[in-house]
Design a protein around this ligand. Sequence first.
Ligand code: ADP
Length: 295
Amino acid sequence: RIAVFGSVNMDLVAYVATAPGSGQTVTGTEFRQVPGGKGANQAIAAARAGGDVSFLGAVGDDAFGTQLRSTLVESGIEVSGLRTEAGASGVAHIVVESDGANSIIVIPGANGRVTDVGDDDVRLIRGSAALLLQLELPLPAVTAAARAAREVGVPTVLTPAPVQELPDELLDAVDLLVANQHEAAAIAGQSDPSRALAPLLERVPEAVVTLGADGAVHGRRGEDPVRVPARPVTAIDTIAAGDTFCGALAVARAEGRSAEAALRFASEAAALSVQRYGASLSMPERAEIERVRTT
Ligand code: ADP
């Protein structure tokens, strides 16, 4: 089983040729309401990729909360660790431009009220093949979860997004960091992302840097990096490409695949997702991932 401790939001997505600047109003081409949040996205990606997944986090007691909970349940995700908090659910306001570029405002809502891990959370984390973490819950909660997982011997996978300064207290309890180029460069203190891997490996034992259309690279302390190219595809919506990648990667690793095989599986899943609209809606099922890998 894979445990995910993270955010769940309702994504309110506006599609537009070019995003408006300050004070500007533009007419968009389409609107979609899609379940999202990095935590839920990674959980759904992992479940679709064939993983047995438990989600830990919080929704609000509003209509979005009810919808978000149902989405996770319908995706086959175990939700005994999903709390309902008084107040609003998390919401993400997303603008997607016609070239696939996106800009996002996250309003945390219930996610912001998750401040710690409880005994029930630790019970769900214990015995998991991995605990997936992101930074859309308050940092003390993410840190507490990573440390709790370390204590019960469960490997932790951190996506450091939205990117921020990471305390050693958290990074010391991270086994695998999965970062995009921007995040990797920021954490490594490097302006050149292609040089980020080595300094990252001074802070965590293992790291994957995703390179968008250029694929991804895996590094482990003391080993040569392994690079996997992305399948050349036409991207129409790259929201949650990284989350799809991370969820699929966790499943492949939990199955005991090699670093390179896991990277290939994750890359195929992410390449499928960028060819479709809508974060969680765009995530491929395992059969689709397996099919492209053999063609
Ligand atoms: P994020 O979405 O977190 O910013 P990236 O842009 O690095 O992260 O994308 C994550 C992964 O998604 C990449 O490593 C790659 O496998 C896949 N991906 C992203 N963009 C494309 C693309 N244009 N074509 C094919 N694969 C892509």
